[in-house]
Design a protein around this ligand. Structure first.
Ligand code: ADP
Ligand code: MG
Length: 681
């Protein structure tokens, strides 16, 4: 019955309800649970003297219970439990409210570690509702798990303990040689130690082993994808294909960076190996024109292209932009999104199947659903930092072996790019179209709000437009955001901006509504657009010159940079106002970085240092394991070490067919499959 890979329900205390809660966290087996790593650890290794313990700060003390004082019941039927304790130097009182269990469990005369916050003056210190562990079997580094879905840390700890007891040596993924060469713990040791560390040194060693494994598997996976793609062949396109009509019809001349990017794309298209290229360029660097050139080149070679965007709005916009660039040369793109009517969809799909439509723009979901291409040869994805390597691998399945170009608007630090995009060649556009004035950015407190409104009005009066971003909280709390945005917009319409046309855009609006609002903004039927972060995704309204961001401290720098990129899209001077009421030094510092630099890559580096790599990977469920995230921030040498290890392994055994690499191969497949990719097998 002890099945590490069976249902989590077999663990004692895990009934139907808790099984469901675990399932929501993606944990279905005891083994999965072992990969639910602690968020942090309570450190009992250095208990303080009560005398030295500051108030209102969590501390650990070692103490003996002197006397359990009889409970007191307040008039509101609260039970107050008081316990007299001492650390040998000073007496103090432990109090619990409505917690008879802990009170009863504590034994007079026995020694405990207590962890909590002190209150009170020198003479009468009080420790409120501390966590207690008896000294004889204490965990000196007690894991604290991310507490979600009604699962407390204590419950998880108990379940983990049991799961650990089921763990055997044969879960090992790395070969003995690899363990020895890189001085790594076994997987069994590491999992045990990460959940029940004896001391900090052991914990660090365990974390290193787990991070090593994740980095290694990830890199093995991307390298295998890459070399697999390299074994496929395509019919090369003609390098003599003439694009001059395309260039002549463009409303501008490509920047040097754009031209270089187009050149490398064309070189790929004229090769026999399918293109696998990442086009990285800061917001506003003009990636769409590069995509358009690629589509034109392919079409002239009789090959169909598709440009996929993560959202409806963005697909719309790409469609308009590509139409403007390509229609003049007789290449009218078609649009496939959720809001296209069924009848229209059928017609468009027929055009695609019959090769009347050479360039298709749309959302991933719609395009991937039963669209038959006559001759699809080029897939362009506008990634906007939402898609991981696994999604791209899944994409690679579709339509034989098309050339693939991924456009990413999130500048990514070099090391990260190497890992996330290990399967791709990278082109960076590191220059902006000429004539752009740097956006002036200021960070201010909420007290500045009304002056900021006046500032915005001046610009609206001059015929310009503005955004007001008011996502109050994280994206996950969507409803709250929408309420906030709606009531904010309502308030502005009635009061501060009564004389202006104020629009509202949020994530829960129907696609058609969003589209309408965006179109109004583009056509200058709105002066001010109040929005949640949905506006972040590549929206292009060149006449918008001011963006005000409420609660700016809640956003990652990369995201602020994206938002800021909504303005400064023409030759007019633009402004970004970051409002925050946070008094934290750290938030202030972060916002100052925004005022200091407009360079997305620099901002990305800072963001990586300050917040870890989470932001670059988007949703954690979409590909990047947490231990890897930790490793990436803290331990770049480990990244290099695993890169070398992955290269060495694949040099000796390109498909991981050798006996000693079997479990590693399975682990790579597991990692990539879990994330939706079937590109490896
Ligand atoms: P992003 O790289 O953020 O996707 P876009 O492709 O949306 O950037 O381009 C941003 C804006 O710059 C668009 O309005 C586009 O028409 C314009 N643009 C692109 N390339 C050039 C250029 N070489 N010269 C002038 N404007 C350009
Ligand atoms: Mg774009």
């Amino acid at each position: 019955m002890n099945d590490l890979f069976g249902s989590i329900g077999q663990l004692p205390g895990v009934g139907k309800e808790r099984t469901e809660r675990y399932a929501k966290l993606g944990i279905e087996t005891p083994f999965d649970l072992l990969y639910h790593f602690p968020r942090t650890y309570i450190d009992y290794t250095k208990p303080v003297w009560v005398e030295d313990a500051p108030n209102d700060t969590p501390v650990a003390v070692r103490c003996t219970i002197v006397q359990k004082i009889a409970p007191v019941y307040t008039r509101s039927r609260m039970a107050l439990y008081k316990i007299l304790a001492t650390d040998g130097m000073q007496d103090f009182i432990i109090t619990y409210y409505n917690n008879p269990y802990t009170y009863r469990a504590l034994q007079t005369g026995k020694e405990y570690y207590a962890y909590g916050r002190f209150t009170g003056g020198l003479l009468r210190r009080e420790l409120r509702s501390p966590q207690m562990q008896s000294v004889e079997n204490a965990m000196l580094l007690q894991p604290v798990y991310p507490q979600t879905q009604g699962l407390t840390s204590a419950m998880i700890r108990t379940n983990v303990k049991r799961a650990l007891s089921m763990l055997t040596a044969d879960v090992e993924t790395l070969s003995p040689a690899l363990l020895a060469t890189h001085d790594l713990m076994t997987l069994q040791q590491a999992l045990r130690a990460v959940h029940m560390p004896k001391n900090t040194a052991e914990l660090e060693k365990a974390q290193r082993r787990l991070a090593f494994e994740e980095l290694l598997l990830f890199q093995l996976g991307t390298r295998m994808l890459r070399s697999r793609a390299r074994t496929e062949t395509v019919t090369p396109m003609d390098p003599a294909t003439d694009l001059s009509d395309f260039y002549n019809a463009l409303p501008f001349t490509l920047t040097k960076g754009q031209q270089l990017a187009v050149d490398s794309v064309i070189e790929d298209l004229c090769g026999t190996v399918p293109m696998n290229r990442l086009l990285q360029g800061d917001v506003g660097s003009g990636k769409t024109a590069v995509a358009a050139a690629a589509c034109a080149f392919a079409a002239k070679n009789g090959i169909q292209s598709v440009l996929m965007a993560p959202t409806e709005i963005l697909a719309q916009q790409h469609y308009h932009t590509l139409s403007a660039f390509l229609a003049p040369i007789g290449l009218q793109p078609v649009l496939l999104t959720g809001s296209v009517t069924a009848a229209a969809k059928r017609k468009i799909k027929q055009q695609i199947a019959e090769k009347q439509a050479m360039v298709v723009v749309g959302t991933h979901a719609v395009i991937q659903k039963d669209t038959q291409f006559a001759d699809l040869g080029l897939v362009i994805t506008d990634e906007q930092h939402r898609f991981g390597v696994a999604q791209r691998a899944a994409l690679a399945e579709k339509g034989g072996v098309p050339h693939k170009l991924v456009m990413s608007a999130t500048p990514i630090p070099r090391t990260l790019a190497l890992i996330i995009y290990g399967d791709l060649d990278v082109t960076v556009i590191n220059e902006m179209p000429k004539g752009r004035l740097p956006i002036q950015t200021i960070a201010a407190t909420g007290g500045y709000r009304y002056r900021a409104y006046d500032f915005i009005k001046q610009h609206l009066d001059a015929g310009e437009q503005a955004y007001l971003v008011c996502a109050m909280i994280e994206e996950s709390e969507q409803m709250e955001n929408i309420k906030a945005a709606s009531s904010y917009a309502e308030d502005l319409r009635k009061n501060a901006f009564a004389d202006y046309r104020v629009g509202l855009l949020h994530g829960k609006m129907k696609a058609a509504e969003k589209e309408k609002v965006m179109a109004q903004m583009k056509d200058h039927e709105l002066d001010l657009l109040v929005c949640t972060t949905v506006v972040e995704v590549g929206v292009d309204v060149p006449n918008a010159t001011v963006i005000l961001i409420e609660n700016a401290d809640r956003f990652g720098l990369a995201q602020l940079h994206q938002l800021r990129g909504r303005v400064g899209r023409s030759s007019m001077q633009s402004y970004c106002i970051l409002l925050t009421d946070s008094h934290k030094e750290e938030s202030r510092e972060r916002l100052k970085i925004m005022s200091r630099t407009a360079n997305g890559f620099e901002i990305a580096e800072e963001d990586l240092k300050l917040r870890g790599p989470g932001d670059f990977f988007g949703n954690a469920q979409h590909g990047i394991p947490p231990m890897l995230q930790t490793a990436l921030t803290g331990d770049m040498p480990l990244v290099a070490e695993t890169q070398q290890a992955a290269d060495a392994i694949l040099r000796a055994d390109p498909d991981l067919r050798q006996q000693e690499n079997q479990s590693m191969r399975l682990a790579v497949l597991r990692l990539f499959r879990k994330n939706g990719a079937n590109g490896l097998n």
